[in-house]
Design a protein around this ligand. Structure first.
Ligand code: PEP
Length: 261
């Protein structure tokens, strides 16, 4: 049984005041979420303020990135212990924007995954193919390579603490989401790989989120797929109403799962 998870990735948006208002809107719209776990990933600068707003409530805090070292001469970087101190429970790792815009390699992403786990937080490891890779029939090869590299060297138990996000790059911020069956097939493939890399039991526990133009009107259809355990939401998470609506659609799946239907 996997509790569905909905994660807001605010990216580089919002002053602290704006982040407070957005987090308060989500908190007030989801006072007692049932059947879904919700995480907000504000920019680093707003983590402290958002933590205060969410204090003791059911919504968790996450970060959008982390360095792999705990401390040192890495100007401009933020480390896993710094994020844990601010109350983060999740960290996005290997988002396609980090891979493309900042040249993050699979090896660096693997180091980040390990460092986040070692600090007691859960990495949300993002994988996904570009439009070109998809056109060349390389979707499965690409996500498999990213998954194997991202989780390299991890014991089965450690893999069990991770969350995966399948985010086709061509679907991010484009308004063009993957067809549910198409995404569901990739999720099933990733779960199969998790069985191989860890165990079948671990693979059944790990949540695999879909990300890429998730909106209130497509969230239910996407997460109705058996292997899609929730959503990683970018643009639509900048509206409290939109994000709350998505979380509520996904919660439907969760209530069904929790009832054992
Ligand atoms: C993302 O950036 O992780 C994302 C899924 O963005 P969007 O929802 O805007 O496509």
């Amino acid at each position: 049984m996997r509790t569905p998870l909905v994660v807001a990735n605010w990216k580089m948006n919002g002053t602290v005041a704006e982040a407070r208002a957005l987090a308060a809107g989500v908190r007030d719209g989801l006072r007692r979420p049932r059947g879904v776990e919700v995480v907000l990933c504000p920019p680093f600068t707003a983590l402290g303020a958002v933590r205060e707003l969410l204090a003791a409530g059911p919504i968790a805090l996450g970060a959008q990135n982390s360095h792999w070292e705990a401390a040192g001469a890495f100007t401009g970087e933020i480390s896993p212990p710094m994020l844990a101190e601010l109350g983060c429970r999740y960290v996005l790792v290997g988002h396609s924007e980090r891979r493309k815009e900042f040249g993050e390699t699979d090896e660096q992403i693997n180091r980040k995954v390990r460092a986040v786990l070692a600090t007691g937080m859960a990495p949300i490891l993002c994988v996904g193919e570009t439009a070109e890779e998809r056109a060349q029939g390389l979707t499965f090869t690409t996500v498999e390579g990213q998954l194997r590299a991202g989780l390299a060297g991890l014991a089965a138990a450690a893999i069990g603490f991770c969350v995966l996000a399948y985010e086709p790059v061509w679907a991010i911020g484009t308004g063009q989401h993957a067809a549910p069956a198409q995404a569901g097939e990739v999720h099933g493939y990733l779960r199969g790989l998790l069985s191989e890399l860890a165990t079948k039991e671990v693979a059944q526990r790990v949540r695999v989120l879909y990300g890429g133009s998730v909106k209130p009107d497509n969230a239910a259809a996407l997460t109705a797929e058996p292997d899609i355990d929730g959503a990683l939401v970018g643009g639509a998470s900048l509206s409290p109403q939109g994000f709350v609506a998505i979380a509520k659609k996904v919660a439907h799946k969760g209530v069904t799962v929790l009832r054992g239907d």
